[in-house]
Design a protein around this ligand. Structure first.
Ligand code: NAD
Length: 267
């Protein structure tokens, strides 16, 4: 049977690589993006998210329809001249709304799997503003946007990606996800060669740090390496993954913070 998989951010970078890989493997891919996708929508606004969910639902067969996979690559980098509020809305609320909105379609899918995208900046960027993370997790978009604008998008980026990882870990084991037979996991890439990474390199504040980060493997990642992991997580051999936070970064986190994972439990 042909599997139907929804890929946000399908127009560029790792989303485009994932869409290509899945099509080559025989999936029907429904891409969501602001351009060059099956479903054109702005995930930074409540209207755009609702429109994306409605369009995908229609394409997947209506209220009794189904999808088998969802991967949420759509996201924005923190940049000196980009407001933090935009990242709160796109990276966090734009992702959780899609996961929640498409969950009923996934629940009717065949071996359904969902994958959200975090970042290794959650581990290696110092002083992540917890107020932004907490405001995101509270579900109050206006409060999250205000907190994000106070600190700017460079610091908001890892806060949105931390909130997203925690959202996944809070929900994955619950009745709506694992209990409904849907696996939900989160992938945290390091520096992967995409237009987003280049935008960061070109930034006047953080640009100089991008290639200064140690990558023990000796190079940045390729979009297809991440697409390969996502294809595996969507597939039949990954049915025991639930709430996993998978860091794939050429060794940056292991080199910088070798003893900080795993964090032992102090009840
Ligand atoms: P990219 O810029 O190549 O692709 C991102 C896509 O998201 C684009 O097609 C863009 O149009 C889409 N998008 C942005 N805002 C949107 C909106 N409001 N509505 C709909 N679509 C929107 O970036 P990439 O590097 O492939 O990044 C994909 C994901 O991986 C992002 O969430 C990013 O934060 C994350 N990530 C990237 C890296 C890296 O080094 N490239 C590292 C860690 C995490």
């Amino acid at each position: 049977m042909i599997r139907t998989t929804v890929v946000t951010g399908a127009a560029s970078g790792m989303g485009a690589a994932t869409a290509r890989r899945l099509v080559a493997a025989g999936h029907r891919v429904i891409g969501i993006d602001q351009r060059d996708a099956t479903v054109i929508a702005d995930l930074g606004t409540p209207e755009g998210r609702a429109s994306a969910v409605a369009q995908v639902t229609e394409l997947a067969g209506g209220d009794e329809g189904a999808v088998d996979g969802v991967v949420t690559w759509a996201g924005l980098a923190g940049l000196t001249d980009r407001p933090g509020s935009l990242l709160a809305s796109v990276n966090y609320f734009g992702t959780t709304a899609i996961l929640e909105g498409l969950r009923p379609l996934l629940a009717r899918g065949d071996q359904p799997a969902a994958i959200a995208i975090s970042s290794n900046s959650t581990l290696i960027q110092p002083n992540v503003p917890s107020a932004v993370t907490e405001a995101c997790l509270s579900g109050d978009e206006a409060a999250a946007r205000a907190a994000a604008d106070e600190v700017g998008s460079l610091d908001t980026y890892p806060a949105t990606k931390t909130a997203l990882a925690r959202w996944v870990r809070r929900h994955a084991p619950g009745a709506d996800w694992a209990g409904a037979g849907i696996t939900l996991n989160v992938v945290a890439p390091g520096a992967v060669e995409t237009p987003l990474l280049q935008e960061s390199r070109d930034d006047r504040t953080v640009g100089v740090f991008i290639d200064a980060l140690p990558i023990p493997i000796g190079r940045t990642g390729t979009p297809d390496e991440l697409a390969a992991l996502v294809e595996f997580l969507l597939g039949p051999d990954a049915r025991w993954f639930c709430g996993s936070f998978l860091v794939v970064d050429g060794g940056t986190d292991a080199q910088l913070r070798p003893d900080d994972t795993p964090v032992n439990w102090t009840p």
